[in-house]
Design a protein around this ligand. Structure first.
Ligand SMILES: Nc1nc2c(ncn2[C@@H]2O[C@H](COP(=O)(O)OP(=O)(O)O)[C@@H](O)[C@H]2O)c(=O)[nH]1
Ligand SMILES: [Mg+2]
Length: 248
């Protein structure tokens, strides 16, 4: 299992994005602490990826909530990938201030995570111009962070791109494998192997190679998980080169 944590200020659009990507409804309210408890769901079409929606950052947090808040942040840094969700509809100075504050909070948790696990995501892009999005992207890259993925949970722009980025950051590039018919030493049917692959990874494409008995599938899968399976597959699976085409 891999996990993705959603962090960011309250009202940034985390729960909306969670719902758009995980499909499971969580409480969405335009108010402080609508997500007091961490909510966990599975990423759509990739049930082995868990999504964790967390409580958001707030300025001047009441002391009684500080402990709960800090432990949630600490928890989310245990995820394989952390999506830092930022509201693109904030005014530019406010945007910069919140980004700085968030990075400072994360810096304080540095022993628990690596900034390489961080992917920034701009939300609410349906409300802002492309020009502003470019300016905000520049602000983000000025902090030595990767360029943000621009998304809108309302018109769904950028969600496919975000899925691709999540999958390739978690698994690296997708690979293609050829599945051969059973031989006398191996007893697994092609459909059985394919079913296992659906369980182990995220399949992008499945084709029968013309004039042969080979079925080729392209998938995102953890190297170690695939290798463990290969060791039991009696040479019925051949790994092809990594593919460059990325379709979800
Ligand atoms: N226009 C627009 N509004 C959004 C979008 N995503 C979230 N919102 C609104 O922003 C507010 C806060 O969203 P929510 O997902 O609860 O934020 P959270 O506190 O980070 O979980 C709600 O009123 C949402 O309807 C979006 O993509 N576009
Ligand atoms: Mg929320």
């Amino acid at each position: 299992m891999k996990s993705i944590g959603l962090i960011g200020y309250t009202n940034a659009g985390k729960s909306s994005l969670f719902q758009a990507m995980a499909g499971k409804p969580v409480l969405i309210e335009n108010q402080l602490f609508s997500t007091l408890e961490t909510t966990i769901g599975r990423m759509q079409k990739s049930p082995r990826i868990l999504m964790v929606d967390t409580i958001g950052f707030v300025d001047n947090l009441p002391t009684v909530l500080l402990d709960a808040f800090n432990s949630t942040i600490k928890e989310s840094t245990m995820c394989n990938l952390i999506l830092l969700i930022i509201d693109s509809n904030d005014e530019k100075n406010e945007f910069r201030r919140k980004l700085e504050t968030t990075l400072r909070e994360l810096e304080a948790q540095k022993e628990h995570f690596d900034f390489k696990q961080l992917q920034t995501v701009l939300t609410k892009t349906d409300l802002v111009s492309n020009e502003k999005l470019n300016q905000l992207s520049e602000i983000i890259t000025d902090y030595d962070l990767d360029a943000p993925i621009c998304t809108s949970s309302h018109n769904k722009n950028g969600l496919i791109k975000l899925r691709q980025v999540i999958l390739s950051r978690l698994y690296g590039m997708p690979i293609s494998i050829d599945i051969l018919l059973p031989t006398e030493n191996s007893h697994l049917s092609q459909p059985a192997i394919i079913a296992h692959m659906y369980e182990l990874g995220h399949i992008i494409n499945e084709t029968k190679i013309e004039a042969s008995d080979v079925i080729r599938i392209t998938l995102w899968v953890d190297d170690a998980v695939l290798n463990r399976y290969l060791s039991k597959s009696n040479n019925q699976i051949i790994i092809k080169k990594e593919t460059k085409e990325v379709l979800v």
